[in-house]
Write a protein that binds this ligand. Structure first.
Ligand SMILES: NC(=O)c1ccc[n+]([C@@H]2O[C@H](COP(=O)([O-])OP(=O)(O)OC[C@H]3O[C@@H](n4cnc5c(N)ncnc54)[C@H](O)[C@@H]3O)[C@@H](O)[C@H]2O)c1
Length: 370
């Protein structure tokens, strides 16, 4: 058993992880219910003088389970990626200022990745930095966005153009909140969960657990989230400021996925759908290069299909092939000007030392006659 395979404690308990992210540790607690403010403060050394709770209109119910707006100031944002902008950051900063929060305050983000990215960014600049706690309420947030320390907002039409590395000291993943998550958001988070299951060396048990389809019973869900958190946390620990190394593996499926998102027209296809299709392309690429064993590729493709993802190429929403290829070439996950490709290996995944030739890329993306 390697360090990435910490078995979770039995269901019903709190799974607790501590990651060392440079300046300070990050504690991640997988719970059932939303933590009340009292529990959050108990976990916070040097109790803050004031607290600001940030949520969006959809995550107001779990936020109210932390504390009521009568007890502590709230900032309620409009939901969605289109609101992940500078205005959102400014609203948080203004609310904190209006409510008289000082440097020894605590911001609590209660929501999905948009709320945690925006609140984290605002916390990193408010009075040069106040403490941050994230209560993540979406599957994508739990298995990805809440863990680590990246914050940010979209700017000038560019995703995450502004941001900071500012790890929350305390992260709660209350599984009960997922009961109200819309199916499309569930599917979006599931693609990242499947991605992580592929990346974990010896993660075959997690992959078979996910084979059952999107309806995961609670113990399996807890196990899956715990394994994903343990994996992401250890990878980020190795490289908290994303300078290279194994962290790039987390981009499995993303080069193809981002290109599909942009060629189909932003918003026409969900991030999760695009990543899942990208994972399928990475499988085919890896198999063509003799890196991804055919049996493993078949297993992954079946898993993606069981979850209702499109795996065939070309994707029906791909749009203009030239736009797709252009987007693939300029994906921001580039290393020294060359797009990075991650493919499944016999155990986990690996980064291709060189990008594949255009002919092969066109073939696996189903683009003919160029
Ligand atoms: N910081 C990081 O390391 C990191 C990693 C991955 C993704 N992200 C970012 O995360 C964002 C995507 O995260 P997301 O998918 O959680 O998006 P999101 O925050 O927009 O949430 C998706 C939708 O689900 C709603 N929602 C969330 N929890 C709910 C609940 N329990 N019940 C009902 N509705 C709920 C939200 O209001 C929203 O409408 C992107 O902006 C992405 O850039 C950041």
């Amino acid at each position: 058993m390697n360090d990435l395979q910490t078995p979770p404690p039995p269901a019903g308990q709190v799974n607790r992880y501590r990651f060392n992210l440079g300046s300070h540790p990050q504690d991640v607690l997988i719970t059932g219910p939303v933590p009340p403010l009292r529990s959050i403060l108990d976990e916070t050394p040097d109790p803050p003088s004031r607290v600001l709770i940030v949520c969006d209109e959809h995550t107001l119910p779990p936020a109210r389970a932390i504390a009521t707006p009568e007890e502590t100031p709230f900032c309620v944002l409009e939901p969605g990626e289109t609101r992940k902008n500078w205005e959102g950051v400014e609203r948080i900063l203004r609310r904190a200022h209006d409510a008289g929060l000082g440097r020894d305050s605590l911001f609590i983000a209660c929501g999905g990745g948009v709320v945690s990215d925006l609140t984290g960014f605002a916390a990193s600049v408010y009075m040069r930095g106040v403490r941050l706690c994230v209560v993540s309420t979406s599957l994508l947030g739990m298995v990805d966005a809440a863990v680590g320390g990246k914050t940010g907002c979209d700017l000038f039409g560019v995703k995450n153009l502004a941001g900071s590395f500012y790890p929350a000291r305390l992260v709660y993943l209350p599984l009960d909140t997922l009961a109200t998550l819309p199916p499309a958001e569930w599917k979006s988070g599931m693609a990242e969960l499947i991605k992580t299951a592929i990346l974990i060396p010896d993660g075959e048990d997690l992959l078979s657990l996910l084979q059952a389809g999107p309806e995961l019973p609670r113990p399996s869900l807890r196990t899956a989230v715990a394994r994903a958190v343990a994996y992401k946390g250890r990878i980020v620990e190795e490289d908290p400021r994303e300078t290279g190394g194994r962290r790039v593996l987390l981009n499995l499926g993303h080069s193809f996925g981002h290109a599909l998102e942009s060629s189909s027209g932003l918003g026409r296809i969900s991030h999760g759908e695009a990543v899942a299709w990208g994972i399928a392309r990475a499988c085919e690429l890896g198999q063509s290069l003799g890196i991804s064993p055919p049996r493993r590729v078949r297993g992954i493709l079946t898993l993606l299909q069981n979850h209702g993802y499109q795996t065939a190429a070309p994707h029906p929403l791909m749009g203009e092939p030239a736009r797709f290829i252009e987007a693939l070439a300029r994906d921001k996950k580039n290393r020294r000007g060359k797009a990075v490709f991650v493919v499944p290996s016999a155990r986990g995944a690996e980064v291709l030392p060189e990008p594949p030739g255009e002919e092969l890329l066109l073939k696996i993306c189903g683009i003919t006659g160029r």
